[in-house]
Design a protein around this ligand. Structure first.
Ligand code: FUB
Length: 333
């Protein structure tokens, strides 16, 4: 596969690809980018990312044709959503398929919802309310392959994704403060980065089964990644995969535009920073997923090749990656 592969999908704009193998086929659950009906607004709040529905795509072989299964969920189908259907993910458990998605509620606060389907390609029927206790963006669901098949949901995103607006009260509740919107992060000497969030999912996959906790990302000395370490600190685009018994948490560094990863012996962390997966792409955002398919490991990501660099009009791509003998991730040649 070439080092700058062609977009997988070109008849609509797609981004934030979450890829999963179900029944031997590769399914992609991306965001569906569109021109904003309100014009050309573009700001750090991400208002230009004004998506209103989701399509599902599938492939039977790498490099083969991509099937568009059409719209599987849209804004009017979800009572609690006001706007902005951002990066989704999907999972399989209990013989059912689950689509997890973030969107703004009636108050403009990002929450996470879930919709259930009988088939990987949908359609999906949304629960009436968002997941209680959920907030921010970019859900990624990992179902472990061990005996308990426990499921975990990872989420969070800075700036427009509102993660910086949430802090823990003295009684342990996560509390929202709208005044912390925009590109605000911890600052000052010794400030620790904001970390992504994780919770266990209930057996029916519809609610959180544990309190939301921070997912610690440490540097090589065992110290939490610092807030001003913009090349390594978490920004958005959580993803979890397991390789050789280790848990790999990968994410975007946002304003420095890298895809990076960290490794742990536990899905709940702490994770230790491991390195970079992808250098900046054309466009502001970078967001990905990682899946094993037909004996190889693949990185799914997006850039803005088709739109010529318009950051909210993206297209999905895939490239092979390898884990080397030390477990480090590299792009395949
Ligand atoms: O697609 C909207 C947002 O852009 C996603 O939620 C972020 O991860 C970034 O890709």
């Amino acid at each position: 596969m070439p080092s700058n592969p062609k977009p997988l999908i070109s008849h609509i704009y797609t981004a934030d690809p979450s890829a999963h193998v179900f029944n031997g086929k590769l399914y992609i659950y991306p965001s569906h980018d569109r021109e904003s009906p309100d014009g050309t607004v573009s700001n750090d709040n991400g208002d230009q990312y004004d998506m209103a529905d989701y399509h599902v795509f599938s492939l039977t072989t790498p490099g083969g044709p991509v099937t568009d299964h059409g719209v599987v969920l849209s804004t009017p189908d979800v009572p609690w959503v006001s706007k902005q259907l951002w990066a989704p993910d999907a999972a399989f458990k209990n013989g059912k398929y689950y689509l997890y998605f973030p969107a703004r509620d009636a108050e403009g606060v990002f929450r996470i919802g879930v919709a259930v389907g009988e088939k990987p390609e949908g359609p999906f029927v949304a629960e009436k309310d968002c997941i209680s206790g959920s907030y921010s963006i970019d859900p990624a669901v990992f179902v472990d392959d061990d005996e308990g098949q426990e499921a975990y949901i990872y989420f969070g995103g800075l700036w427009g994704g509102q993660l910086q607006c949430w802090s823990k009260s003295a009684s342990g509740e996560w509390v929202f403060d709208a005044s912390k919107g925009g590109p605000q992060e911890p600052s000052g000497k010794g400030a620790v980065a904001l970390f992504p969030r994780v919770a266990r999912l209930s057996p029916d996959m519809l609610s959180f089964a544990s309190p939301v906790q921070e997912l610690q990302i440490l540097d090589e000395k065992g110290s939490p990644i610092a807030a001003d370490d913009h090349d390594r600190r978490f920004f958005e685009a959580a993803w979890l995969h397991k390789y050789n018994g280790k848990y790999y948490f990968s994410y975007s560094t946002g304003d420095t535009h890298y895809l990076v990863y960290a490794v742990s012996d536990s899905p709940l962390g702490p994770f230790t920073y491991g390195g970079r997966i992808l250098e900046p792409v054309l466009g502001w955002t970078t967001h990905h997923s990682i899946a094993e398919w037909q004996g190889k490991w693949w990185l799914f990501y997006h850039d803005c090749e088709i739109s010529g660099g318009v950051s909210h009009l993206r297209n999905v791509k895939m490239r092979e990656i390898v884990h080397d003998a030390e477990g480090k991730i590299h792009l395949a040649d």
